[in-house]
Design a protein around this ligand. Sequence first.
Ligand code: BDR
Ligand code: CA
Length: 313
Amino acid sequence: MTPRKIIIDTDPGQDDAVAILLALASPEEIDVLGITAVAGNVPLALTEKNARIVCELAGKPDTLVFAGCDAPMKRKLVTAEHVHGKTGLDGPQLSAPTMPLQDQHAVDFIIETLRTEPSGTVTLCPIGPLTNIAVAFERAPDIIARVQEIVLMGGAYFEVGNITPTAEFNIYVDPEAAKIVFGAGVPLVVMPLDVTHKALTTKPRIDAFRAMKTPVGDMVAAWTDFFERFDMEKYGSEGAPLHDPCTIAYLIAPHLFAGRHINVEIETESPLTLGMTVADWWRVTDRPANALFIKDIAAEGFFELLATRLARL
Ligand code: BDR
Ligand code: CA
């Protein structure tokens, strides 16, 4: 099988970090053309640095990392240090990365890659606010039809919201960007909170990471321990949701997931419900489907995949 070429657009974030590790550990299925950082969980200066830390941890310092947009298209940046800590990767102390940041802007890299790779062969995996992707689509509309698929983490229907009562963080931070991406007409797979809240880091699952007895296993266990405290308090759940790796796991093992092709629109006006993903789960409108909206995950299989793959690094 030829590995699928992807660009990971990200704002690490401990769960973003696990997604990157999973992708870098899976070269048979996934060819990471580049990692593009965006402002989100923490400001851009930290997300691009964190992306490089994660590549070095994976033993893949040759991975291309680009810095992108430092603020949403029309709004002030909202961050999530309350979940991820001051650095975005709080947990054990981490040394500054030595691998370089690429000079090219992330948006230019996305545009250039989509123009130079054969049409329909590059998948975008956004796991942060959608600013870089939307700016690339606005600046170079010719690339839109060349995207194979977008597999993103964002939104919610049954779980409604995590940053406001009605909005999920990635969509809320840049709703105008999300509107552009959801309206672009690209085949779209969405991992909303409805599914990621079923991918919980229970104690045995964290123990499995620690049992690897590798720097990656220890780090992933420590990271998940760190951000668990917040979600467990908030939801009273037995662990924290490992949101972002669901996108990469879907590319490797789509059979672990189930959802529906439905219409999803983004609220950009109402102050009360800004950033809401208005998902027509029950198909009560005749608005055309624009997304495969995932609801279920075989969580045991997902965590087994993670443990097996991360153990390779
Ligand atoms: C999303 O928000 C971020 O805090 C996580 O990294 C994830 O991408 C979950 O709402
Ligand atoms: Ca993220």
